[in-house]
Design a protein around this ligand. Structure first.
Ligand code: CP
Ligand code: NVA
Length: 312
């Protein structure tokens, strides 16, 4: 398995098998144990990574800085507005130059085609730090968190309520691979990227799970083991529709009443940032079922696993 990852890009769950994602999860678990025990694990000493973020970030950007440092590597944040990229230098030229200086690139941007183009022109690994299509580092941390909290994946039910973009797409693929049912509660007129749904349904057929889109929030919540929230307005994607979206999604707010319709031992997850009073309420995020801080910590263990697997 190690040879399959060395030098490979990590651009989305769409490019990986269940066994490959399982391999990353086991590395993440091991790295988390080492980090918790304060055992040195500087496997990437001497390596250096470039980071380009065209959208804001707290978790993704800083978990990479902290994770790379713990692995003995250095990470350099390159402000896109200070690079020639912002004056029209082509991605393919930028990519080939960065590839000569750094051991890899971690990039958050808009379209998936942008990360794919960087990957095409770089020999070193390119890691997707969020595009409109996928958020695979979040997805890996989510799977890690679910396994820690629930023991195993098979047979679990996820109720997802929030914008159907990146985070939802990666979680959908991960859920389907590992045999979890995923119910996506959404107002009429909002849908997912068809190619991701098609791929997720193929995984689900193999694992014996299902992907269900419904405007019936109660049906999605019934017997859910995991209630997963996300913002209703994604960064730079649909913020101009914010007012309309808040109106449309309000019936899908994850509040105490919604949580009471899931299983008693259901956990509340959220990629964050969340907006109290919109996609969830203060009592839910601060309540006993919330695991969002552990989930946020797991972002660091997950991205370290990706770094180790693709760089070593
Ligand atoms: N969940 C997530 O990606 O958070 P940031 O936008 O803060 O990185
Ligand atoms: N869907 C959200 C996720 C943020 C981590 C966004 O793209 O803004």
């Amino acid at each position: 398995m190690r040879d399959k990852f060395r030098g490979k890009d990590y651009l989305g769950f769409k490019d990986f098998t269940k066994e490959e994602i399982e391999h990353l999860l086991s590395i993440a678990q091991d790295l988390k144990r080492k980090w918790t025990m304060r055992e040195p694990h500087e496997y990437l000493k001497g390596k250096s990574y470039a980071m380009i973020f065209e959208k804001k970030s707290t978790r993704t950007r800083n978990s990479f800085h902290a994770g790379a440092a713990a692995l003995g590597a250095q990470s350099f944040y390159l402000r896109p507005d200070e690079m020639q990229l912002s004056r029209g230098e082509p991605i393919k030229d930028t990519a080939r130059i960065l590839d000569r200086y750094f051991d890899g690139l971690y990039i958050r941007t808009f379209g998936q085609e942008i990360v794919e183009e960087f990957a095409k022109y770089m020999k070193n690994p390119v890691i997707n730090a969020l595009t409109s299509l996928e958020h695979p580092c979040q997805g890996l941390a989510d799977l890690l968190t679910i396994r820690e909290k629930k023991g195993e994946f098979k047979g679990l039910k996820i109720c997802y309520a929030g914008d159907i973009y990146n985070v939802c797409h990666s979680l959908m693929l991960g859920a389907a691979m590992f045999g979890m049912d995923m119910y996506i509660a959404t107002p009429k007129g909002y849908g997912a990227e068809p190619s991701i749904v098609e791929m997720a349904r193929k995984h689900a057929a193999l694992s014996g799970s299902k992907i269900v889109f419904t405007d019936d929030f109660d049906k999605a919540l019934k017997d859910a083991d995991i209630v997963y929230g996300n913002t209703w307005h994604s960064m730079g994607e649909n913020e101009e529709q914010k007012e309309q979206r808040i109106k449309d999604f309000m019936p899908y707010q994850i509040n105490s009443e919604a949580m009471s319709k899931a299983r008693k031992d259901a956990i509340f997850m959220h990629c964050l940032p969340g907006y109290r009073g919109e996609d969830m309420t203060d009592e839910v995020i601060e309540g006993p079922q919330s695991v969002v801080w552990d989930e946020g910590e797991n972002r660091m263990h997950a991205v370290k696993a990706v770094l180790v697997a693709t760089s070593l």
